[in-house]
Design a protein around this ligand. Structure first.
Ligand code: HEC
Length: 142
């Protein structure tokens, strides 16, 4: 996953999506398909008042988000989750994270997380790419 990532603006692979994607790429300044971790770091600023990542990440208002991709909801030790999030047993992937951030109650009714406000689809791609760079121990993934 690290190949091609370093700021390169990949062009769409062609086909019918090319024109539409190119417009998005030019408008957003970033590739749409699988996210730019650097741009995702800026999106994560919206989460940082409550969540940390990295080697020294601690649970704050919300649980730390290291190793989030593939993690089951409600499983960080030492964090007092709502029963809603524990019982939901969601396995966090791109779509689950996007759905949860957009409408936390829609995915886990009773959760204490509130939506940090609207994000664009590309923001989620970038955010997930950024979160994917953190292994469960907070070090670099891979
Ligand atoms: C105002 C505080 C706040 C903000 C801002 C916030 N969250 Fe949360 N988040 C929480 C809380 C509180 C929980 C735990 C909810 C529960 O136990 O029901 C949570 C839980 C989560 C979980 C579930 C984690 C797990 O271990 O199951 C994910 C994923 C998550 N947040 C992602 C995000 C992302 C991504 C953002 C930014 C786009 C964000 N949150 C912004 C407070 C926040």
């Amino acid at each position: 996953m690290t190949n091609e990532r370093n700021g390169a603006r990949r062009l769409p692979r062609g086909g019918w999506r090319a024109a539409a994607c190119l417009a998005v790429v030019l408008a957003a300044g970033t590739a749409q398909a699988d996210g730019d971790p650097d741009a995702g770091k800026r999106v994560f600023a919206r989460c940082q008042s409550c969540h940390q990542v990295g080697p020294s990440a601690r649970n704050l208002v919300g649980p730390e988000l290291n190793g989030l991709i593939g993690r089951t909801s409600g499983t960080v030790a030492g964090y007092a989750y709502s029963p809603a999030l524990k019982d939901a047993a969601i396995v966090w992937d791109h779509d689950a994270i996007a759905a949860f951030v957009k409408n936390p109650q829609g995915l886990a009714k009773g959760t204490r997380m509130v939506s940090p406000g609207p994000l664009k689809p590309a923001d989620f791609d970038n955010l997930v790419a950024y979160l994917a760079t953190f292994a469960a121990d907070g070090g670099a993934a891979q």
